[in-house]
Design a protein around this ligand. Structure first.
Ligand code: PXP
Length: 239
């Protein structure tokens, strides 16, 4: 079974567009959990255009499942994560002005930095995950830096899904097997939706968690939040 962590950045983006606390991010997180989500993810970027650093303590107080904080581990980010101690911290090498995360870590080039950062987070009792492309030497590099889990960057899979789903998923199947053999937990995220999610999970296997934001929040506009969560949970249950 794969846990569903709802990335609530898009809800923060709507809130920020008007200045007031509406929609209320904390209430949205609580409702996601009430409707079955097994985790809440936020990704505060340096410009705080979606989730803000100040959203973290408020979410930490109410999230009863798992809070996952994603982001580029710049000093300000690490300080905030260590102060709030989420269940999981996902390290992402995104540029400050990136529209969205668009590549995994080079675990070989950044070996020293990742090793130190992961050790600091684990020391604080925080499970670690690092955003990774499905490349075997990067998976081996992920093992070497001591992370608990990897998060597959699934953007390219989603992009090529319509052309040939079998070809699109192949690198993830191969690297998923390697990660599992090395004892790494497997998360996945980016551009996953109701069309491509279940095929990915069935093909790769052993996926502990998916974090999904953009498509899920968009689907909620059409189907409502409760119904949308049921659709995604259904896919996570292998149906
Ligand atoms: N994982 C990471 C590291 C991300 O940066 C994002 C987007 O913020 C996601 C997962 C979720 O992607 P999406 O919003 O496309 O579902």
């Amino acid at each position: 079974m794969t846990n569903l962590s709802v990335n609530i950045n898009k809800v923060a983006l709507i809130r920020n567009s008007r200045g007031a606390n509406y929609p209320d991010l904390v209430q949205f997180a609580k409702d996601c959990e009430r409707f079955g989500a097994e985790g809440i993810t936020i990704h505060p970027r340096p410009d705080e255009r979606h989730a803000r650093y100040t959203d973290v303590p408020a979410l930490k107080k109410v999230v009863k499942t798992e809070l996952n904080i994603e982001g580029n581990p710049i000093p300000k980010f690490l300080k905030m994560v260590l102060a709030n101690r989420p269940h999981q911290c996902t390290l992402v090498p995104d540029d400050p002005d990136a529209i969205t995360s668009d590549a995994g870590w080079d675990t070989i080039k950044h070996k020293g930095f990742l090793t130190d950062t992961i050790a600091e987070l684990k020391e604080a009792g925080i499970r670690t995950s690092i955003f990774i492309d499905p490349v075997e030497e990067q998976i081996e590099g992920a093992k070497a830096v001591g992370t608990d889990r990897i998060e597959f960057y699934t953007g390219p899979y989603a992009h090529d899904f319509g052309k040939s789903r079998k070809k699109a998923v192949a690198p993830y199947v191969k690297c998923g097997k390697l990660a599992h053999k090395l004892g790494l937990g497997i998360n996945a995220g980016h551009d996953l939706n109701t069309k491509n999610l279940s095929y990915f999970l069935k093909s790769v296997g052993n996926v502990a968690e998916v974090s999904i934001g953009h498509a899920l929040v968009t689907d909620a506009l059409y189907y409502g939040l409760h119904h949308t969560l049921l659709m995604y949970l259904h896919a996570c249950r292998g149906k």
